[in-house]
Design a protein around this ligand. Structure first.
Ligand code: S3P
Length: 182
């Protein structure tokens, strides 16, 4: 594969609890690439949990750190990123990705997201509200147009993470074999 063509990194986007970390870890393992969960990296760098960062430093601060770290990671090759659910929700974000980046939207319904977040909803400050399904629905509706700009769209409701990951790996390796630009 010539330099500058074919997939060199994968970024998983989508709503909270859509399975970005679970699927991303499997995809990275299959491809033999590095896996990075951006939320976890932020927590390490900030020395605080996501809810603490939101509470003590504010969402603006969180978004600035998230933006900087994700941009740095998008400069790496052979990496799979599980982005934070809000990262891709900016107009044009997925259109402006560096060459060689495959973006994948993992779809989930608000009901399923809240169900999966379950008792750990306290770890997701945006869902720690009175009516999380309604909030998730509103947030998802506002973000959907941005998520839809991803190269690939996968429904996570009826498929196991392993199957979702396998489909992504097939897509990536197929493009590599064809030297397909992304
Ligand atoms: C957020 C999603 C979270 C985390 C933060 C904000 C969002 O990541 O970055 O709580 O705005 O959707 P996950 O998608 O990994 O839950």
């Amino acid at each position: 594969m010539s330099q500058g063509s074919g997939p060199r990194r994968v970024v998983l986007v989508g709503f909270m609890a859509s399975g970005k970390s679970t699927v991303g870890r499997i995809v990275a393992q299959e491809l033999g690439w590095r896996f990075v969960d951006v939320d976890t990296l932020i927590e390490h760098q900030e020395g605080a949990s996501i809810p603490e960062i939101f509470r003590d430093r504010g969402e603006r601060h969180f978004r600035a750190v998230e933006e900087r770290l994700t941009r740095e990671l998008l400069g790496e090759d052979r990496v799979v990123l599980a982005s934070g659910g809000g990262w891709a929700a900016r107009p044009g974000r997925l259109r402006d990705l560096p060459r060689g980046t495959v973006s994948v939207w993992l779809r989930v319904t608000p009901e399923e997201a809240v169900r999966r977040a379950g008792q750990r909803s306290s770890a997701r400050p945006l869902l720690a509200v009175e009516d999380p399904v309604r909030t998730a629905g509103d947030l998802l509706a506002a973000r959907e147009a941005c998520y839809r700009e991803a190269d690939i769209e996968m429904d996570t409701g009826r498929q196991k993470p392993e199957d979702v990951a396998a489909a992504i790996v097939t897509w990536v390796t197929g493009r590599q074999a064809n030297n397909g630009a992304v």
